[in-house]
Design a protein around this ligand. Structure first.
Ligand code: SF4
Length: 163
């Protein structure tokens, strides 16, 4: 079977980032798109947030703590957007189950999508180790989560899948 890949929409040039921007293009993602493998999602927009929107961070925690109800996602204006972030993460998980996805490529350092680093909650640009809400939920369910900085690793993981 042809394995599908969950990809952050902003990496596909969709202007869904909080600042109205996008990233890319990335040749590897374009190839996967052409092969019909890509399942695209922006968890924050899917969760009901507008674009552009206020930047958000997770003071005192990371995605795992938000999933456990032990930290909140707050915007620069102090609005609690945890519910929207959680909704987006669970929509990502539904897509993963529906398409039997084992590999994801999500935008680095995002409070939703970051797989290795996120910001520290002080809105000062300081990154700390930890995953965003969606990346953490998918990893909890066995998805191998990579970022746009690890496309070669993502391709290798995809090639190694045995079913
Ligand atoms: S990083 Fe994730 S949540 Fe943020 S714009 Fe990209 S897809 Fe949406």
């Amino acid at each position: 079977m042809m394995h599908k890949i969950l990809v952050s929409r902003c990496l596909l040039g969709h202007r869904v980032r909080y600042d109205g921007g996008a990233s890319g293009p990335f040749d590897q993602l374009a190839n996967w798109l052409q092969e019909g493998r890509v399942v695209a999602l922006c968890p924050e927009v899917a969760g009901g947030l507008p674009t552009p929107r206020a930047a958000a961070e997770i003071p005192g925690g990371q995605g795992l703590q938000v999933l456990a109800g032990k930290a909140r996602v707050l915007t620069t204006e102090g609005e609690d957007v945890s519910a929207q972030f959680l909704s987006g993460a669970h929509q990502a998980l539904e897509l993963v189950k529906e398409h039997r996805i084992r590999v994801a490529v999500l935008k680095a350092s995002s409070p939703s999508c970051g797989n290795l680093l996120t910001y520290d909650g002080t809105f000062t640009g300081v990154k700390v180790q930890g995953a965003g809400v969606t990346a953490a939920l998918l990893a909890q369910h066995g998805v191998q989560v990579f970022s746009e900085l690890q496309l070669a690793e993502a391709a290798a993981a995809l090639a190694a899948l045995s079913w």
